[in-house]
Design a protein around this ligand. Sequence first.
Ligand SMILES: Cc1cc2nc3c(=O)[nH]c(=O)nc-3n(C[C@H](O)[C@H](O)[C@H](O)COP(=O)(O)O)c2cc1C
Length: 347
Amino acid sequence: MDENIKKILWAGVQAPSGDNSQPWKFKVKDNAILILNLPEKDNPIFNFRGRGTLVAHGALIENMVIAASSLGYRSKVDVFPDKEDPGVTAKVIFEKDYPRHEQLYGAISERATNRKVYMDKSFTPQQRNRITGSVKGEGKLILIEDALKKAIIGKATAVNEIVMLENRQLHDYFFGDIRWTSKDELEKKSGLYLETMELTPPQKAVFKVLSYWPAARALNSLGIAKFIARENSKVYSSGSAMGAITVPDNDEAFVGVGRLMERIWLEATDMNLSMHLITGVIYLMQGILGGESRYFSDKHISIIKEAYEDIRTALGVENETIAMLFRIGYGDKPSARSSRLEPVILN
Ligand SMILES: Cc1cc2nc3c(=O)[nH]c(=O)nc-3n(C[C@H](O)[C@H](O)[C@H](O)COP(=O)(O)O)c2cc1C
């Protein structure tokens, strides 16, 4: 296969995906790449209508377009090219052009989720301009730098941990995705690598115990889920800003969200800023709004709704869908990185 197509695919699959599920496969036809959708690889409770997968595909497309441009190709992106087949998220056609200097190309392999506590330090005006300048019409970006609002959003997003530790199905999906050792991580090259979670040694020990449902259930009755949520909310509200992307409520818009999110992340990486997506509550709420509340107890539905309402109010959002939520700021280097599988190319 053409070396440049290989390089473009490699750049593409460096994209983030829910629990590093890498829910994609490809077909290569002459000068085009088809991106095929594997939503079943993602956690189904968070991945309402496969929208988390579409966000990951958006990020993948953005990486491919940047890589192609620096290799001398103009990209034409056709989202859902076959209206009858939702399994094909996009067709990207590459046309020969001249190579351009793409400032963000180097950031594609540098970018990583950073789950550490970030510093209490504001953006410079230039940083703020570069982040807000990433928006090219795919959605609306909201940046919250006010400390009180960040704390409200941080607390509300941590409600995810309460539900995740108390709900058997979510608990089992989540812990099933954990890669506990570097050997496991390097063998599977997907899933959530423990060392990227930035836990202290005692936290790791508790985490291991919690992975057994009977232990989690017993400790939940002593309030451990709420304690963990309180601790995590401090991490989540740390940083220079909370960011949110809002869009109209349709599937295609989520691909655009992924492209915009990735551009922001690459800009941040290029400026030595860290980023961390915190989507649990907003995606659980998507499911509840879409009538998929069968997984949850009434108590959990009510705390998810309350948390979403707090997030919505702090962001000042009216009717649009909150499709992405993240924090961004100054952080020390992440302790570990996630691996990637070789891209699978179908004939
Ligand atoms: C749609 C989507 C939702 C995500 N939600 C979260 C989240 O709520 N919390 C989190 O820590 N990481 C979240 N992530 C980040 C992934 O876990 C991460 O990208 C993946 O493990 C690969 O690691 P990397 O970003 O370092 O390459 C999300 C990623 C995507 C694409």
